[in-house]
Structures are given as C-alpha cells and as structure tokens.
Design a protein around this ligand. Structure first.
Ligand code: TYC
Length: 106
C-alpha cells in the first residue's frame, strides 16, 4: 500500500460515549377511587417524601390530574413504576404510576 492510501482511522471505533444518560420522571395519575391516605403512604414509602410533601403532592394530583414523584435513571424509574402499580393492585386500588422522559424545560 502506498503511504497516501493508508487510512489511520480504524473502521470501527469503540463507543466511548460522554453523553449523560436520559433521566425519567415518575408520575402518579389521579383517579376517583384510590383513597387519599393510600396515595400519601405511597409517596412517603416509595419516593421518600416527608408527610408534608406527600400531602401537597397528593393534593396537586387530585386537583390537577397528575403529579411528579421524582426523577431517576431508566432502571430505577421502571422499578418504581412496577413496585407502585403492583402494590396498588395488591390493595385493589386503581392508582396508576407512569414514567416519561425528563424534559429539561418541564
Ligand atoms: N382523587 C382521589 C380521591 O378523591 C385521590 C387520589 C389522589 C387518587 C392522587 C389518585 O394519584 C392519586 N380519593
């Protein structure tokens, strides 16, 4: 091979990503049946909120239709969503927990 034909770049370059991984927001949705105390208990036990913050967030969900519980990595958000929905179903409440990609401006 002539010197000028030699391409020093490897055909495949190992991905050394410096991008920060996407975060996800865990959200609770309002419904007409889940008791308020149960929602406060969920916020305290699964999202480590104080009694006061839990009560505020519960009221926000009750009046606005939805509320943020926290922002986590994908794995942690998925786990929280599963744990909360399973816990609610085991107690026969229709409470819905979902996750959404975190938007910086939201
Ligand atoms: N709206 C429910 C009620 O009046 C309370 C509630 C709050 C339910 C928050 C779900 O995510 C929720 N009992």
């Amino acid at each position: 091979m002539k010197r000028e034909e030699f391409d020093p770049k490897p055909a495949f370059q190992a991905q050394t990503s410096t991008k920060t991984p996407r975060k996800y927001q865990v959200i609770l949705l309002n419904d007409d049946y889940t008791p308020m105390d149960f929602v406060v208990e969920i916020l305290m036990n699964f999202f480590n909120m104080s009694g006061e913050s839990s009560t505020q967030v519960m009221w926000q969900i009750h009046t606005k239709g939805r509320g943020k519980c926290g922002t986590y990595s994908k794995d942690v958000a998925e786990t929280k969503v599963h744990l909360v929905n399973d816990y609610a179903r085991n107690h026969e409440h229709p409470l819905m927990c979902i996750m959404e990609p975190y938007q910086n401006d939201s």
